[in-house]
Design a binder for this molecule. Structure first.
Ligand SMILES: *Cc1c(COP(=O)(O)O)cnc(C)c1O
Length: 420
């Protein structure tokens, strides 16, 4: 369910006309629906309400402060993967005790920042990281609570770039090697070994792989407990998929049921790290057609958004539905939707059957709320788009469009270089 619907052939976000927003903020822009975000968070978090759990929104999917504030006010925490994300989370008012820190490359200064902030737990991803966590814990005079991220070697059946739980992936510690690492960690005085963590990939459309991973993790946990290691948290990561095109991912309730069934009778606190399922379909990218052109057999719609704004099609060849903001019932045709960037990879859709557009008209690129703005760059010196949130019949700019001054901020021409 989302709140992007047509009223009299015009696209609305909740009670606001998308074209009206475009008139006021310009294009391109990201547009999020507050009601959709809230509804998605509640559907997910609520599905686990009968067990001890903490929903830590994976903020790499969308790290805007207003989005984080909404998550926090709903009682959620966040999963961070960098110190920069920690900074954002704290700025948004997220309770540090609800922050878990994942990622394969935490530096000493990142660990120190997180320890001082008092985050809930580190998900350690390597033997060396365990040693660093202990070292920095000693230096700061605080014990680091850790889970070890284990790699269960389960195929999530998703795009290879977003699979993380296979033996060949860089994430976590091989589940077969995990008991040995737990014994090492348990012997280090500045660590509080409290959990097991496992995140197998993203955009999963079946519950099977989650359950398979959980079965393996359960065996690990009982072994660790038998060895006297007190495990009380289980972090099962994120990864639940959404509908971009025709995928039929399980509803959060179905996902939760499968997991709760597997964990029944356990006293573990469950940590969840959903990203895409919360924000993916709560946001769209709105762009304007600059030119249309036909070369031989092909029609191109050249739009003012580009791969720097939304990288997923270029990066993963991913599908985003393309819709007109004003539906005119024009004949459909096959076209490529491309941006202005000087790269052949700069496209949003190829040979896609869409309604014909004319220059100056608005286009909505759907399902762009996750890994959209957060992956954007300024490649080709294109200032980043603004972000807008609608609540009921009002819209709010939650991140200003970048300016040309922003583009060169921090750049310095050394004195020895004379002006031409
Ligand atoms: C990316 C990521 C997530 C979120 O994945 P989604 O598919 O967006 O739910 C959760 N945990 C970790 C460790 C991640 O890297």
């Amino acid at each position: 369910m989302h709140h992007f619907t047509y009223i009299n052939n015009e696209l609305f976000c909740e009670d606001v006309s998308v074209a009206d927003i475009a008139d006021q903020v310009g294009t391109p822009f990201y547009l999020y629906s507050h009601a959709t975000l809230k509804q998605h968070f509640r559907a997910f978090d609520g599905a686990f309400s009968d067990i001890n759990h903490l929903t830590c929104f994976s903020m790499k999917s969308n790290s805007n402060l207003a989005v984080l504030r909404l998550v926090g006010s709903e009682g959620g925490g966040v999963d961070i993967v960098s110190a920069g994300e920690l900074y954002r989370a704290l700025q948004a008012g997220i309770d540090p005790k609800k922050i878990v820190y994942s990622g394969v490359g935490k530096r000493d200064e990142d660990i120190e920042y997180a320890l001082k902030a008092g985050i809930f737990m580190f998900n350690a991803e390597s033997a060396q990281e365990i040693v660093r966590l202990n070292h920095v814990g000693g230096k700061v005079g605080r014990k680091a609570r850790i889970a070890i991220r284990v790699n269960p070697d389960v195929d999530p059946k998703t795009h290879p770039y977003i699979s993380t739980g296979l033996k060949e992936n860089k994430f976590g510690i091989d589940i077969n090697d995990a008991p040995r690492q737990y014994m090492v960690a348990a012997g280090l005085e500045n660590l509080d070994v409290a959990g097991v963590d496992c995140h197998i990939g993203s955009q999963l459309t079946q519950v099977g792989p989650f359950v398979d991973a959980l079965k393996k993790v359960k065996i690990l946990i009982s072994g660790l407990r038998n060895a006297g290691i007190k495990i009380n948290c289980l972090d099962i990561g994120g990864g639940l998929g959404i509908t971009y095109k025709e995928e039929e991912p399980p509803h959060p309730v179905e996902y939760a049921q499968a997991i709760k069934e597997e964990l029944s009778g356990s006293d573990l606190t469950l940590i969840l790290e959903p990203g895409r399922v919360i924000v993916g379909n709560a946001g769209i990218l709105v762009t304007r057609v600059i030119y249309t052109k036909t070369t031989g057999e092909k029609t191109f719609f050249v739009v003012d958004a580009a791969m720097n704004d939304l990288m997923r099609p270029s990066l993963y060849d991913s599908y985003h539905e393309i819709k007109p903001v004003k539906w005119l019932g024009r004949p459909r045709l096959k076209a490529d939707i491309v941006g202005p960037i000087c790269e052949s990879g700069d496209f949003f859709a190829k040979s896609r059957e869409v309604e014909s557009f004319e220059s100056g008209e608005l286009m909505a690129i759907m399902s762009a709320g996750a890994y959209g703005f957060s992956m954007s760059s300024v490649y080709n010196s294109r200032p980043r788009a603004c972000e807008v949130m609608v609540k009921d019949d009002h819209f709010y700019t939650i991140r200003a469009r970048e300016t040309y001054e922003d583009l060169i901020r921090g750049e310095v021409i050394p004195d020895f270089m004379e002006k031409a």
